[in-house]
Write a protein that binds this ligand. Structure first.
Ligand code: HPA
Length: 273
C-alpha cells in the first residue's frame, strides 16, 4: 500500500474516533509528553491501535495521540514520535504528520529536545526554530513523488511560518518566558556529536542540534501545513558542557521545563488566528 493510502486510512480511523478535525496538532519531544495529559475532555488513542501507525521504542517517548481542548481550541497532541536513528526509515518518521495533515489539520507545532550549539544558550532555554539545516543525509521526499501529498520540488524558503513565530514570541512574553531564536541542525544520531562536529555546526550557522523535527517539518510543508518548531535546549553541546551528555540528563532537563513549556504552548494555541 502507498504511504498516502496508509496515512489516509490512519486519518480516517482517527476521524471516526474523534468526530471532527482538530485546529492544531502538537508533536511532543523527549520528556515533554505531559502536555497531552493536560488536555480537557481528551480522547486518547494508542498508536498501536491505529492502522499503520508506528509505535516509538525509546524510553521517555510514549505512543499515543490525545485529542482534547486547550487554550480554547481542539488540539491533537502526539506523545511519542519515530526517529530516523531507530532505522525505520523516514516514511515511518513522517507517518504521523502526514496522517494529521490528511485528517485536515493545517497548523503543526513540532517540539523537541536539542543540544545547544550557540554558546549563549543556557540549559532549559527554549528556541523558536527560524530555519533548519538538514544534515541527516536523508530526505523524506526522496523516491517517487506522490502528488497527492505535494509537488516534486517543494520550496523551503519559509519552512517555519513567520506568522507562527511571531505568535510564539507574543505568548512567550505573556508567560514571562523569553524565547531564543535560531537555526536547528538535524543529525541522524543516535550518538551525540563530537566536539569537532559541534565546532563545525557553529561554523555553518547552527544554534541547536537534534535528531528529529526536520523530516516532519519537510513532510508537513510538502503538504502545505503551517509549521512552528520549538526546541528545548536540554544540554550544552559536546565540548561546551562540563559533563558528558546522556539521554537521562536530556529528559531530566526537558521534564524540568514541562510546566513553563506547557504554559507557552497553551499561550501559542490561544493566540492562533
Ligand atoms: N545532540 C543531538 N540531539 C540532542 C542533543 C544533543 O546534544 N540533546 C538533545 N537532543
Amino acid at each position: 500500500m502507498s504511504a498516502y493510502d496508509e496515512a489516509r486510512r490512519a486519518a480516517d480511523a482517527v476521524r471516526a474516533r474523534i468526530g471532527g478535525v482538530p485546529e492544531v496538532a502538537v508533536v511532543l519531544g523527549s520528556g515533554l509528553g505531559d502536555f497531552a495529559g493536560g488536555l480537557t475532555e481528551g480522547i486518547s488513542l494508542a498508536y498501536r491501535d491505529l492502522p499503520h501507525w508506528p509505535a516509538p521504542k525509546v524510553p521517555g517517548h510514549e505512543g499515543r495521540l490525545v485529542v482534547g481542548r486547550r487554550g480554547g481550541r481542539v488540539v491533537a497532541a502526539l506523545a511519542g514520535r519515530t526517529h530516523a536513528y531507530e532505522g525505520r526509515g523516514l516514511r515511518q518518521v513522517t507517518f504521523a504528520v502526514r496522517a494529521i495533515g490528511l485528517l485536515g489539520v493545517r497548523t503543526l507545532i513540532l517540539t523537541s529536545a536539542a543540544g545547544g550549539v550557540n554558546a549563549r544558550f543556557a540549559e532549559g532555554a527554549l528556541m523558536v526554530i527560524d530555519d533548519h539545516i538538514n544534515l541527516m543525509g536523508l530526505n523524506p521526499l526522496a523516491g517517487p513523488n506522490d502528488d497527492r501529498f505535494g509537488p516534486r520540488f517543494p520550496d523551503l524558503t519559509e519552512v517555519y511560518s513567520s506568522r507562527l513565530r511571531t505568535i510564539a514570541d507574543q505568548a512567550g512574553t505573556a508567560v514571562k518566558l523569553p524565547l531564543a531564536h535560531g537555526v536547528y541542525a538535524a543529525v541522524l544520531g543516535p550518538s551525540y556529536e563530537t566536539p569537532a562536529e559541534i565546532r563545525y555546526l557553529r561554523t555553518i550557522g547552527a544554534d541547536a542540534v537534534g535528531m528529529s523535527t526536520v523530516p516532519e517539518a519537510i513532510a508537513a510543508r510538502h503538504m502545505g501545513l503551517d509549521v512552528l518548531g520549538i526546541a528545548c535546549i536540554t544540554n550544552g553541546a559536546a565540548g561546551a558542557a562540563s559533563r558528558p551528555i546522556d539521554h537521562a540528563g536530556v529528559t531530566e532537563t526537558a521534564r524540568r521545563m514541562r510546566a513553563p513549556f506547557s504554559a507557552l504552548l497553551e499561550g501559542i494555541i490561544a493566540g492562533l488566528g
